[in-house]
Design a protein around this ligand. Structure first.
Ligand code: ADP
Length: 491
């Protein structure tokens, strides 16, 4: 890291400069995170699953002055170079011998780049804690991606909270596995920073994220803690069930990004003995905003409590706001817009500081619709844009998905709105059956009708082999809406 910091400085990278990365979870990418920020520059990881045009837009908006990339993303790195003109740094994260023959002359292999520099630690700067450190763009499902800039202070405070039993519960004897990509939400939800702070070992699993590869990584490395979106854990549970394998080293997982089905939580906790910490957050909130740690005296059914999105982490305030910015007391009956504020919640988007996402008191409007119960547990009803608005009332896609997910033979479920002449919108349910399961739409509907309000029942059920996912493994509802835009409701 010291060598990389010196090499960057020798090329002219200095305080405030943005240096992009296009890479998966590997040790060189991790070194880049620490080295770039240690000299006061800003690490800007770009999601390599984006298109060339999106990458070019983001690099242009961020005004990146350098790029470090895994070889498989050479073309995306070329897009950064084309958009930005002459870069101070253009580094392929590999050794000299791995560099393909047709690589442009200005691209330097990482290990050669390091050899050019000393490992003098004086390159690490002493700087104000509010110096910017990390720039991550949100996925931009509505409009262009927006930049979330975080300071050293925000990352350190987040890591101090994240290493506790509220979240990752790390200690020097822990082995943490960062399954969430390093490019997502300030480095795999801040796990590498929390691990470094705690002296924990850190395992970087690369790109192999199917159930079998994850089980093998956990077993061979003795992983005790891992993070991931629900799809990752669903795949793991399905795999373990199919081969009858156990992974006793894994004591705890942190799940966030979208709502895990109660059936999945039950299976992880009861069948596999893994403690699940369910967290809510966004890139804009550091990213972790809540903790699923069960409070003393909580209602008996812990799975029901754990299905909620938890209570605010230390320093994070949450409130529910109704039309006209009226703030509601805690109570499940009050459903409205979720607003949060705290030491690592954004104060405005990069280059759009005055655009109104955050009010003058620091409250950030999240775009989620939620309630907070009397014990302080958050319950996300839906993303505002994913709610199905039927006859002026809303239907929670998450709740319909969770209920469908508890039907035997359902591996995954997604609900989207389809246009309806009379009701405005009606729900369409897409179901991925588990391998070999034969489910009938009528039986599934019958099951749902005993558990959901009649008008929440999907008008159509379509069986699909898989659902489109983002690089982090979240279902891409915008894609689904586009794909099924001509499906007509029948009710
Ligand atoms: P994007 O997906 O837009 O890149 P994020 O990864 O920051 O950005 O996603 C944040 C959103 O993910 C939240 O606003 C919320 O809707 C959803 N989300 C995150 N965690 C949870 C959770 N535990 N349960 C339900 N939804 C969640």
């Amino acid at each position: 890291m010291r060598r990389l910091a010196n090499a960057l400085r020798n090329r002219g990278v200095t305080r405030g400069d943005r240096v992009a990365t296009l890479a998966w979870n590997n040790h060189r990418h991790l070194e880049a995170y620490f080295a770039i920020t240690a000299i006061g520059a800003i690490c800007h990881p770009i999601n390599p699953r984006l298109t060339r045009d999106q990458v070019a837009y983001i690099a242009g908006h961020a005004e990146d002055l350098g790029v470090l990339f895994d070889l498989e993303y050479s073309d995306l790195a070329a897009a950064v170079a084309e958009t930005r003109g002459k870069l101070l740094v253009n580094v392929a994260l590999c050794e000299q011998s791995e560099l393909p023959a047709d690589t442009p002359a200005n691209v330097v292999p990482y290990e050669t780049f390091l050899e050019t520099a000393s490992d003098n630690a004086s390159v690490y700067e002493s700087m104000d804690e509010r110096t910017a450190a990390s720039l991550c763009y949100t996925s931009g499902t509505t409009g262009n991606p927006k930049g979330v800039l975080s300071t050293h202070r925000a990352l350190v405070l987040h890591a101090m909270t994240a290493r506790t039993s509220d979240l990752f519960d790390l200690r020097p004897t822990s082995t943490a596995c960062a399954i969430v990509p390093l490019y997502h939400a300030h480095a795999s939800w801040g796990l590498p920073f929390a691990a470094a702070m705690s002296g924990s070992a850190l395992v970087l699993p690369g790109l192999q994220l199917d159930g079998s590869s994850i089980a093998e990584t956990i077993q061979s490395r003795g992983v005790t803690l891992a993070n991931g979106v629900p799809t990752i854990w669903q795949n793991l549970v399905t795999y373990l069930g199919s081969v009858g394998q156990t992974i006793p080293s894994l004591k705890r997982i942190v799940v966030a990004g979208s709502a895990p089905a109660p059936a999945l939580l039950k299976s992880l906790e009861n069948d596999h003995g893994i403690e699940v910490c369910h967290v809510w957050g966004m890139t804009e909130t550091g990213p972790c905003g809540t903790s699923g740690a069960v409070l003393p005296g909580a209602a008996a059914d812990t799975i029901e409590k754990k299905s909620k999105q938890g209570h605010g982490l230390f320093g994070v305030q949450m409130r529910i706001s109704k039309e006209g910015n009226k703030h509601c007391p805690w109570g499940e009956e009050h459903i409205g817009a979720l607003q949060v504020r705290g030491p690592y919640v954004i104060s405005g988007y990069f280059k759009q500081e005055g655009a109104g996402a955050v009010d003058s008191d620091g409250w950030f409007t999240t775009g989620d619709v939620a309630s907070i119960d009397r014990e302080g547990y958050l319950k996300i009803v839906d993303r505002e844009k994913d709610l199905v608005k039927s006859g002026g009332e809303w239907i929670s896609s998450i709740e319909v998905e969770n209920t469908a997910g508890s039907y035997p033979g359902v591996s995954e479920a997604a609900v989207i709105a389809m246009p309806h002449e009379r009701w405005g919108e009606r729900p369409l349910l897409l179901v991925v059956p588990t391998k070999g399961a034969a489910i009938s739409a009528d039986d599934l509907l019958l099951f749902l009708s005993g558990r959901l309000a009649k008008w929440w029942l999907p008008d159509r059920i379509i069986f699909v082999p898989e659902l489109p996912k983002t690089g982090t493994g979240k279902v891409m509802k915008a894609e689904l809406r586009k794909h099924y835009s001509d499906v007509e409701a029948t009710a």
